[in-house]
Design a protein around this ligand. Structure first.
Ligand code: MN
Length: 173
């Protein structure tokens, strides 16, 4: 996650498969992200696609938060949810495909994000149905605790899992 004048940008990468090659793919994608994290999201995805062509591909979810909005762009099974204490306000999932192998043309989408919302970005190691049983207590947890609770309570036993939770970008006015 990186804060820049153009907004807060976050990424979740899930390397295909498991083991050292999946870890290398994830590291290469994250390095491509950090090379210039304030680029337009489709350009970031294109840079990650180039970085991953030599090895395994990955699922990638990108998020850019500006006051009042969450821009999402992703390919593969990384999910975005905007949550408030009373429930899920918006959802998005990556376009079908694999970054580094058969990435489609990335299509960013902008969602309204009220100040009371937190953005949750998670890999498919977290069960898709976790919001079905989410209580106001869970949804109201501070971002770090919500991420930990998702990893602890909703993780698939057969996959590694990544969950990133962040609050709304601070308003500059
Ligand atoms: Mn996975």
């Amino acid at each position: 996650m990186v804060d820049a004048p153009g907004g807060r940008t976050a990424v979740v990468v899930d390397g295909l498969g498991h083991g050292p090659e999946a870890a290398e793919a994830s590291a290469a994608a994250v390095a491509a992200f950090h090379a210039a994290p304030d680029r337009p999201l489709p350009e970031l995805l294109a840079a990650m696609d180039r970085a991953l062509r030599a090895g395994r591909g990955a699922a990638v979810g990108l998020l850019r938060l500006r006051p009042g909005t969450a821009e999402h762009c992703g390919v593969g099974n990384v999910r975005l949810l905007l949550v408030a204490h009373d429930g899920v306000r918006a959802r998005a999932v990556g376009q079908p495909g694999v970054v580094g192998w058969n990435m489609p043309r990335p299509l960013p989408r902008t969602l309204a994000m009220p100040d009371e919302c937190a953005a949750v970005l998670h890999s498919d190691g977290i069960a898709t149905r976790w919001p079905d049983t989410a209580t106001p207590f869970l949804l109201g947890l501070p971002p770090r605790l919500l991420a930990a609770a998702l990893g602890h309570g909703h993780r698939s036993a057969r996959d590694d899992a990544t969950a990133l939770v962040t609050g709304a970008a601070r308003r500059s006015t």
